[in-house]
Design a binder for this molecule. Structure first.
Ligand SMILES: Nc1ncnc2c1ncn2[C@@H]1O[C@H](COP(=O)(O)OP(=O)(O)OP(=O)(O)O)[C@@H](O)[C@H]1O
Length: 252
């Protein structure tokens, strides 16, 4: 997936994204990092076509995604949705089944055989008949991931997917994303924890004020001066035994 001169402005606002050009390598985990308000969620929403690109284009396999019909797009690009009250009274199985809708007619039932594997792969079998409103935040997060994976997308988008997860499940998720990428999926996520971003990614996008300041491998972007400037805070990179380089914020 790639962006070519992509810009977006919220109506009557100066904020948005300005002339972004760069790639999200196929079969790799890319993490978008940057300060609050840098435009990370806006970019994800553009990649998912939840917001229309106003200038430039986003290409998937060299095709502008704006030209894809909604059903074709949903078979290619899935976004792990944040909690939504509309789903509170649906069961886990019903929510995961929504991921299969792009492969069926609107009124067709989704066969159990298409849902069961995604429940099992995400540790949700036991919870299949539980209502969403009766789940913890972390369990709900796993349901949204299962629903997105049920779309069998080639591109998976995740906006701060670790928010509701404890440290153990954060690690489980990061490993799962790596495995999906190894199987050929292009994974694009937004993370706030920069150390997690540097450890869990093959590729990084660094945004500031709606602009792409840098993109590259974690090794290329592990630059204390650059990070300090973008995050407006003193930063040092220290070597932690058994962990390697670690980005630390220096108290002012
Ligand atoms: N619906 C909206 N209408 C108007 N402006 C918006 C809207 N959504 C976001 N913005 C503005 O666009 C800019 C980018 O917002 P965005 O949510 O993409 O940033 P972000 O990097 O994801 O931030 P955060 O780290 O705080 O989640 C911000 O200045 C924000 O105020």
């Amino acid at each position: 997936m790639e962006c070519q001169h992509v810009s977006y402005q919220y109506s009557h606002q100066t904020h948005g994204l300005h002339d972004l050009t760069g790639t999200f390598p196929t079969g790799q985990v890319t993490t978008i990092i940057g300060p609050n308000g840098a435009g990370k969620s806006t970019l994800l929403n553009l990649l998912a076509q939840r917001l229309p690109v106003q200038a430039g284009q986003i290409l998937l396999d060299q095709q502008p995604i704006a030209q894809l019909k909604p059903k074709a797009l949903a078979q290619q690009v899935a976004m792990v949705t944040q909690r939504h009250q509309l789903y509170d009274e649906l069961t886990v199985r019903e929510v995961v089944a929504t991921g299969r809708l792009p492969y069926h007619g609107l009124l067709q039932a989704v066969p159990d055989a298409e849902v069961t594997p995604y429940l099992a792969a995400n540790g949700l079998t036991e919870l299949a008949t539980t209502l969403m409103q009766d789940l913890s935040g972390g369990q709900q997060q796993r349901v949204w991931l299962a629903a997105a994976l049920a779309q069998a997308p080639s591109v998976l988008l995740l906006d701060e997917p670790t928010t509701y997860l404890d440290v153990h499940f954060q690690q489980v998720l990061m490993t799962q994303l790596r495995q999906l990428a190894a199987q050929g999926m292009t994974v694009i996520q937004v993370l706030h924890d920069i150390n997690q971003a540097f450890r869990a990614s093959d590729w990084l996008w660094l945004l500031q004020d709606g602009k792409l300041v840098a993109s590259g491998t974690p090794a290329q972007l592990r630059d204390a001066q650059l990070l300090a400037q973008v995050f407006a805070t003193p930063i040092e990179i220290v070597d932690v035994p058994q962990l390697g380089p670690y980005i630390v914020q220096i108290p002012q």
